[in-house]
Design a binder for this molecule. Structure first.
Ligand SMILES: [Zn+2]
Length: 245
């Protein structure tokens, strides 16, 4: 048995018994872990006030037999600008769902943790759906599930700004000539959108003040949704809610 101190983002929280909460945490050193908080559901519990999803906290944990107990918790950043805004909350909860489904239990993941906190801070500063798309692209890139989108999938020719580019359901892109041999490529996609996606996959950030128009944002979301679907083997639940709006 031992005590440890770690920073972690609260991904999920659910009642465990009359007085306890069971939390899913994302810690840079420990990856995804489950931890029990005893007696934190009692009214006026000092600990209980800190235990909301999306809070970045410093936790003191007690580990015994591969199980964690929360002995102390201090909120570092509650990301209030997100929680006080419905649209930003929906974007942030998609991030939490993605983390829930992609991080491995007990596996160090400093890089993804840094990306997550960075994206949440971006969302605090502005309500921009592009931040979520940037997060998805960088997550997929780090997982090796983001393809090279600069070339035609068939002839390997570099796609040009003047090309009419079509994509198929698997996200493969085709130049004007190869489209004729690939009838499954039916979805037209703008070169600028592909260029932005490639740019974001290269550890670069969304240029300040860039706002895609609805149509190009839709194309970008569709593109990331295809590769995310392939990576996760199914759609994101919170994204369905987003698309319903
Ligand atoms: Zn081609």
């Amino acid at each position: 048995m031992r005590y440890l101190l770690t920073q972690a983002l609260i991904i999920k929280k659910h009642p465990s018994s009359e007085n306890d909460w069971y939390l899913t945490l994302f810690s840079p050193e420990l990856g995804k872990i489950g931890a029990l908080s005893r007696s934190s559901r009692k009214i006026l519990s000092r600990k209980g006030n800190h235990l909301d999803p999306l809070n970045l906290c410093t936790f003191q944990l007690y580990k015994k037999n591969d199980r964690y107990w929360i002995t102390d918790c201090k909120t570092e950043n509650p990301f209030l600008e997100i929680k006080n805004d419905l649209e930003r909350s929906l974007l942030a909860f998609t991030i939490l769902e993605l983390l829930q489904r992609t991080i491995q239990e007990g596996e160090e993941n400093e890089r993804l943790f840094t990306l997550t906190i960075h994206t949440l801070k971006q969302l605090c500063s502005a309500n921009n759906e592009l931040f979520l798309e940037e997060f998805k692209i960088k997550l997929l890139k780090a997982a090796g599930s983001w393809p090279d989108l600069t070339l035609c999938s068939a002839c390997q020719r570099r796609l040009q700004p003047t090309d009419t580019i079509l994509s198929d359901h698997d996200g493969r892109l085709y130049c004007a000539i190869c489209q004729q041999l690939h009838p499954s490529a039916t979805h037209e996609i703008n070169f600028q959108t592909i260029r932005l996606a490639n740019y974001l996959s290269l550890e670069k950030e969304i240029p300040p003040r860039l706002k895609l128009d609805r149509e190009n944002l839709f194309h970008l979301k569709k593109l990331t949704a295809v590769f995310l679907g392939q990576y996760l083997h199914q759609e994101l639940l919170s994204e369905k809610i987003l698309y319903m709006r």
